[in-house]
Write a protein that binds this ligand. Structure first.
Ligand code: SAM
Length: 204
């Protein structure tokens, strides 16, 4: 389900790369669909890369190492970096402006949105999905200029679409904050939630 959602955002392309490919399942989906002419499977762990090798055999190119480094001068048309922490994703992308990027950070999503949009990326899709009991953010980016509001950095660029899964996560988040001590920090969080609610109401 999570990988299906990422897969759906991958356009037909020449060079597709999955950085941190682990099992290689996403590469396999791209291969089976014929969406890419070249498939690059990369991972920092040789053991993980071997799982991808076993799955994809000669149908992909394999690179072992940290982030984009082992790819050297190859510039993928579409790069996916998913299933790792926000700081690791930012570390991998430091100083690199790729043509098309799909990321799914497990945490620090505010910081990821803030840093990448100030480093020359523009977010073209930003959605929340629910899979196996967890919420995941999936974000697509291209080079471009974009200034995000605090609400967009916190809740996603398109929070005002009021997607069903987004609303479910918002309701749970609100419940959680309300169950905590009313500190100044939590009051700010509640204020932001209320701004989102107002914004959504005004669109109804
Ligand atoms: C939890 S798995 C996610 C696998 C797949 N991308 C997904 O979304 O299902 C994280 C993978 O990222 C790899 N990884 C972590 N840090 C990395 C880095 N700096 N460069 C490349 N791969 C990395 C790990 O070895 C692991 O295989």
């Amino acid at each position: 389900m999570r990988l299906n959602e990422i897969f759906a955002l991958i356009d037909k392309t020449k060079i597709f790369a999955d950085i941190g490919c682990d099992h290689g399942q996403l590469c396999k989906m791209v291969y089976d669909s014929g969406k890419a002419e070249r498939i690059i499977a990369s991972d920092i762990s040789e053991a993980c890369l071997n799982k991808a090798r076993a799955l994809l055999k000669d149908n992909a190119e394999y690179y072992c190492g940290d982030g984009l480094q082992p790819l050297k001068d190859i510039v993928p048309d579409i790069t996916v970096i998913s299933g790792m922490g926000g700081n690791t994703i930012l570390h991998i992308l430091k100083g690199r402006l790729l043509p098309k990027l799909i990321i799914s950070p497990h945490n620090d999503v505010y910081k990821v949105r803030e840093n990448l949009t100030s480093e020359g990326y523009k977010i073209t899709e930003d959605k929340v999905i629910f899979d196996s009991g967890k919420f995941y953010d999936i974000i697509k980016l291209v080079p471009g200029a974009q200034n995000l509001t605090e609400l967009q950095k916190t809740f996603g660029v398109f929070f005002d679409r009021g997607d069903k899964v987004f609303l479910q996560r918002l309701a749970l988040y609100k419940k959680k904050i309300l169950s905590y001590k009313r500190t100044a920090e939590n009051e700010i969080k509640l204020q932001r939630i209320s701004e989102v609610e107002q914004c959504l109401k005004s669109k109804m």
